[in-house]
Write a new protein. Structure first.
Length: 144
């Protein structure tokens, strides 16, 4: 049986890998705000799991690239009607090189298999995030 120190070291390895991927995909500002918002004794363990398991273990696995993972997440989050997380992952998808066309077609695919109301809501979320992302990118270019 592994010692407590060995288990803690494994968790740290996954967390460190996960925080790197998470920052690369969704950006420092989002990650910093999320970690700050969820830093209480109650919610910090969930942030550790999301970062270590979700981002450190799952997103770091071989077999799919980040663009593919982004498209899968968009479909699942849209189908599950998880608007907040869908918005986060639309931004991440754009950062991962997913085009607006690919986002649109993914959300249309959801409509065909999971229902048009899910697709409609996904479009609302995605269009808002895409517009915000474009404005941010425009503001960055004008400052350079």
């Amino acid at each position: 049986m592994p010692s407590e120190a060995e288990i803690e070291a494994a968790h740290k390895t996954l967390f460190d890998a996960g925080i790197k991927v998470r920052r690369e995909v969704v950006g420092d500002a989002y990650v910093d705000a999320s970690l700050k918002r969820h830093s209480s004794d109650f919610s910090k363990p969930l942030q550790d799991i999301v970062t270590g398991v979700g981002w450190g273990w799952i997103w770091s696995r071989p077999g799919l690239d980040r663009k593919q993972r982004s498209l899968i997440n968009l479909g699942m989050l849209c189908a599950l009607n998880r608007g907040t997380e869908l918005g986060v992952h639309v931004r991440g998808a754009l950062r991962n090189g997913v085009s607006e066309l690919e986002i649109r077609e993914t959300l249309i695919q959801v409509g065909g298999y999971c229902g048009l109301p899910a697709s409609i809501e996904g479009f609302r979320v995605a269009e808002r995030v895409i517009d915000e992302y474009k404005k941010e990118k425009g503001n960055l270019r004008s400052r350079l």
